[in-house]
Every structure is written in C-alpha cells, then in structure tokens.
Design a protein around this ligand. Structure first.
Ligand SMILES: C[S@@+](CC[C@H](N)C(=O)[O-])C[C@H]1O[C@@H](n2cnc3c(N)ncnc32)[C@H](O)[C@@H]1O
Length: 312
C-alpha cells in the first residue's frame, strides 16, 4: 500500500514539546488572529508532552486541565481525543440515578478519563472502569530518533530533533519492549487512587464480567461512523451489559438544547429497549430504522410517540 502523502504532510511538522510553547499554542488557537498562522505552521506535539505535564510542578488542578487540553491535540483515527471535565452533566446525572452499590460501571472512549470525574466522585459504592481504544502511547528510541507506534493514527511516526515525521506507513505490531506513556489524567490519579484506564474497543471489547451501566459519550456520531458501524458498536456494548443494565449514549454539541443529548437503552430479556431520551440525540432516528431491527426496540407503549423525557 502506498503511503498517503496528504496524511504525511498534514501530520508532520516542527516539534519541540516544551510546556511554555504548549501554553502559548493552546491560547493562540483561541485567538482569531493567531489561530490560522499557527495552523499553517503545522507545529506538532508528541505524547512526550504528556509526560512533561505529568512531571511538572504545576498545581494538581492546573496540571489536570493542561493534560486534557493537550490530549485534544491527539487523534484517534479520524477524530480527536477531545475531552473536558464535567462535559456531559445531564448524562452523568441520569447515570447516577441508575447506579446501585456493587454495580460495575464502564465508561468507554474516555480519552484521558477526565470526562468520568463526576462518576468517580459520585458513584463511590460502584466499581468503575475507564476505557478507551488505547490505554497508553507506546514508543521506542533508536539513537536520537523516537518512534511512536501510534496505531490510532494509523501510521508510524518518528520524532527527530525539532521535527515530527508521520511516516505514513502502518505502525505494525508494537515491540514488546516499547516504552509506555500513560494517558490517564494525573488529576484523576491523584484524586482517585483506584482509577485505572484499560484498553477496550467498543466494537470488539469483552469485559471479564458484564457491566450494569455503560456510558459512551462523544464517541459515536454521524460524522465519525456509518450506521452499520454504529449498530456493531451498540450490539457489542449490549453484549457487555448485564440483564437489566443500562447503556447511555451521549453527545455534546451546540446544536442541542443545553449543549448535550443522550439516550439510554435498557437490556430487557436480551434486547435493548429505548427507555430514556433527552434533547434528540442525532442517532435516535437510526434506532427505529431497519438496520437496528432485532437489536433495539421501543419501550412498550412508546412505539408511536416520542420517548418520555426523564425528570432531570
Ligand atoms: C472525542 S473523545 C471523547 C472523550 C470523552 N468520552 C468525552 O466525552 O470527553 C472520543 C474518544 O473515543 C475514543 N474511541 C474512538 N474509537 C473508539 C473505539 N473503537 N473504541 C473505544 N474508544 C474509541 C477515542 O480514542 C477518544 O478518546
């Protein structure tokens, strides 16, 4: 397979991985004047910047905030690992209403995990697992070059002094002795000692025991995935649910009232039943389409009308 030249150009560029530069870069991205010159400069940061933030002497809150903001610069396939604390408050509140002591609660696609902070703080009697397709970044040093096995980017990348080169070739299998850069937000590590981020792919992941609640926020969308792929993901997440368990699918977007929409499917006699919906999540029309037949059904008595809004 030929390397994708456009991908190489877009994903390569000058790279220094310095904290003051990161600070400037993130602020400049919010400035209408500086944003475009900066993007044209194609300045890159590598996962090394996450290690620098972790090792910095910044106060815990500031370290956590900077870590999440830096995480938004990294990709997962075609999408970014954008995240923020308290990003989906409506969904978190609805999850908290369902969670019971001893439950297993899985948050999928958590990026650095900070989006799960509300649940970690509020659902203390439940076991909470944070997961993402990738739980860490892997690298190997060869002389002055650092090779990143960024399978999520779909390509091997090399950090040279002052330059980051996306090689445009598949990263291939990660060598066993490759170094590890942790992705879990340092603020969570400090506040919730038991917090752990595991690798779990929403399409194929299998939990050692079935979850009572699964939250999947800002992962599935009409832009990132085809309807059949979303069906595959929801089917697999459903397989990982215990009978009577809840699957919450959420999205944050300015197009929704309150900037957030979600729906919740309850596993009932092996089928996923649409029990709750708030603010008209963009995936809702798909659920009643032929593609979801046999997987998702409407709650009894709600087949002909819009599902009831939960009392949030
Ligand atoms: C936009 S971020 C959302 C992070 C967090 N859920 C939030 O709401 O702030 C999307 C996340 O989904 C993860 N992701 C993408 N595809 C995935 C998959 N197939 N399985 C698990 N996670 C996936 C990405 O790695 C990324 O961290």
């Amino acid at each position: 397979m030929l390397p994708d030249i456009r991908q190489i150009i877009m994903r390569s560029g000058p790279c220094v991985d310095a904290l003051p530069l990161l600070d400037f870069y993130l602020s400049a991205l919010e400035s209408p004047v500086l944003k475009w010159p900066l993007i044209l400069l194609r300045l890159k940061f590598t996962p090394d910047i996450l290690e620098k933030i972790r090792a910095s002497g910044l106060p815990a809150q500031e370290k956590g905030r900077l870590f999440s903001r830096a995480m938004t610069l990294f990709r997962s396939g075609g999408a970014y690992k954008t995240t923020a604390v308290n990003r989906s408050p409506l969904t978190d509140r609805a999850v908290m209403e369902k969670v019971r002591p001893g439950d297993l609660l899985l948050e999928t696609g958590v990026s650095d995990g900070i989006s799960a902070a509300n649940l970690l703080a509020g659902a203390k009697d439940a076991e909470i697992i944070l997961s993402d397709r990738q739980s860490c970044f892997r690298y190997r040093d060869r002389g002055f070059a650092r090779f990143f096995y960024n399978n999520e980017n779909g390509a091997l990348a090399v950090k040279l002094p002052g330059f980051y080169l996306c090689a445009g070739i598949p990263a291939g299998p990660i060598p066993e002795d490759a170094g590890v850069i942790r992705i879990l937000n340092p603020l969570l590590e400090e506040r919730f000692k038991a917090a752990e981020l595991i690798a779990f792919d929403i399409f194929s992941g299998s939990l050692p025991r079935k979850a009572n609640i699964i939250k999947c926020a800002n992962v599935l969308s009409n832009i990132g995935f085809s309807v059949p792929r979303m069906r595959d993901a929801i089917a697999n997440l459903g397989n990982n649910l215990a009978e009577g368990g809840w699957l919450f699918i959420a999205q944050n977007n300015a197009k929704y009232r309150d900037g957030e929409a979600f729906f919740a499917l309850r596993k009932t006699n092996g089928t996923l039943v649409l029990e709750l919906e708030v603010n008209g999540h963009e995936l809702l029309p798909h659920l009643s389409s032929r593609q979801f037949a046999g997987l998702v059904s409407a709650a009894p008595g709600k087949a002909d009308g819009p599902p009831a809004q939960p009392d949030l």
